[in-house]
Design a protein around this ligand. Structure first.
Ligand code: AMP
Length: 298
């Protein structure tokens, strides 16, 4: 046991310093235990907890990190508005069976003269990239730091943020990080809306509009299955449907290769449909597989 890690519950300790985290992981490693890491920004919902459950199924010890990373928020994105409730998150993690919560302070994560950025080219050029300048560099940098700090055997990320997942897979490979990156399916609400910490911003009417995103995406997939060569037609139709459903702005609705994330104009090979659209002041993203996965299921 670390002398400084404090118990949040009988089964979940909290570490705030990287030294405590390293000490604990080294201790587990010494016992031959396999360690899984689940990085999060908190405001945990069942989607996050499904990553914890997935990690528990494959690893002996599971660390969940909670850090609202300022460098992945754009100048016009309000980090102060991001929901935070560490006590509730700790209780959920303990109930799910996680072993350690790593919740570093901002000043410990970024030295005042922090000067290094991890940038993954190509994969970040399209989809959310142009709409969120600097976002993926912020994600890639903080995830690199978390992987270097926790040195897990496996790290778990949601397909809900599919572009982020591919960026992380690529940086881990390119930088020879000795970790297996595991992607987990998107958990959804009963009406199909992908679970997200941002859903709590939605008012009742907005919440109804939001359900139109997965519904329309499933309908676009059905059109693509029927007419695989008319991608442009299906996407135009889908954009119109989203506008009619009440989405204020559609950043993109794109069919893309799941590996390269390059747009496709034919739906005759494995592909994913990606969307980002605004309901009021809330930006929602989603993605679904065209082939090689049950459409609409994840
Ligand atoms: P966040 O706290 O939003 O940074 O998310 C932390 C992790 O949880 C990321 O790997 C997300 O992709 C994943 N995640 C978020 N929402 C879901 C969901 N609905 N289903 C599965 N994983 C999710």
């Amino acid at each position: 046991m670390s002398g400084t890690a404090r118990p949040l519950s009988p089964s979940l300790d909290i570490a705030r310093r990287v030294a405590e985290l390293r000490w604990r992981v080294a201790d587990w490693r010494g016992q031959g235990l396999r360690v899984g890491l689940v990085p999060t920004m908190g405001a945990l919902h069942d989607g996050h907890l499904s990553l914890v459950r997935g990690a528990l199924g494959e690893c002996d010890r599971v660390v969940a990190s909670l850090f609202v990373n300022p460098t992945q928020f754009g100048a016009n994105e309000d980090i102060a508005r991001y929901p935070r409730d560490e006590a509730a998150d700790g209780a959920k993690l303990a109930a799910a069976g996680a072993h350690l919560l790593y919740a570093p302070e901002l000043g410990d994560m970024y030295a005042a003269d922090h000067a290094t950025t991890v940038a993954v080219a190509g994969l970040t050029d399209g989809l959310c990239g142009p709409f969120r300048p600097g976002h993926f560099a912020g994600v890639a940098t903080v995830v690199t730091k978390l992987l270097n700090q926790a040195t897990p055997d496996r790290a778990y990320f949601g397909e809900k943020d599919f572009q982020q997942l591919q960026v992380i897979r690529r940086l881990a490979r390119d930088l020879d990080m000795p970790v297996e990156i595991v992607g987990m399916p998107t958990l959804r609400e009963a009406d199909g809306l992908a679970m997200s910490s941002r859903n709590r911003y939605l008012g009742e009417a907005e919440r109804r509009v939001a359900a139109g995103l997965p519904r329309t995406m499933a309908a676009v997939l059905a059109r693509l299955a029927a007419r695989p060569l008319d991608v442009a037609g299906a996407l135009d139709w889908g954009s119109g449907e989203l506008a009619r459903a009440g989405f204020a702005r559609i950043d993109y609705l794109t069919l893309a290769d799941p590996e390269t994330l390059q747009p496709l104009d034919r739906a005759d090979r494995p592909a994913r449909l990606f969307a980002a659209a605004w309901v009021g002041a809330t930006r929602l993203i989603d993605n679904v597989a065209l082939m090689g996965g049950a459409p609409g299921a994840h």
